[in-house]
Design a protein around this ligand. Structure first.
Ligand code: FES
Length: 150
């Protein structure tokens, strides 16, 4: 079982706020994530090299080096969207399930596009600015630490 310090602290806070211990422990289970190294305030990904993005409704979990919170890359046909994994309710790290995202702390559920399907969260997952280059395979994502400071 792996649980980063930030995730541990955020989940402990959510636990104190009413989440269950079982949800909390389940949420700390290690998730498979692709490691990427930020450079110049950006993450550059070759989407063709991510097996999870080979299907037209794929979701890949990306873990920037030095960050505690992953981001999700969602493919919808030939469009890619980067979403923060930070739950908009109280900041736990949401997990990718089949075609949706679920928060282990209080059960908020988000669609593949980040919209709230079930609360208590009231706001969608934050979209992280990204652009697909003309080559159709290089996705350039603004490093979340930069966007979070705005
Ligand atoms: Fe409460 Fe996610 S932190 S539902």
């Amino acid at each position: 079982m792996k649980c980063s310090r930030r995730v541990f602290v955020s989940r402990a806070g959510a636990l104190l706020a009413g989440g269950s211990a079982a949800q909390w422990l389940a949420g700390c289970a290690a998730a498979t994530a692709y490691r990427v190294t930020p450079a110049g305030g950006q993450l550059q990904l070759d989407v063709a090299s991510f097996r999870d993005l080979h299907s037209t409704a794929g979701i890949a979990t990306v873990q920037p080096d030095g960050d505690d919170v992953p981001i999700f890359i969602v493919r919808q046909n030939e469009t890619y969207t980067a979403l923060s994994a930070v739950c908009t309710h109280r900041g736990c790290t949401v997990e990718a399930k089949t075609g949706r995202f679920v928060c282990p702390c209080h059960g908020s559920t988000y669609s593949a596009t980040g919209s709230v399907l079930r609360g208590p969260a009231e706001h969608p997952l934050r979209r992280i600015p990204s652009v697909l280059r003309a080559d159709g395979r290089t996705l350039v994502i603004e490093h979340p630490r930069r966007t979070a400071a705005r």
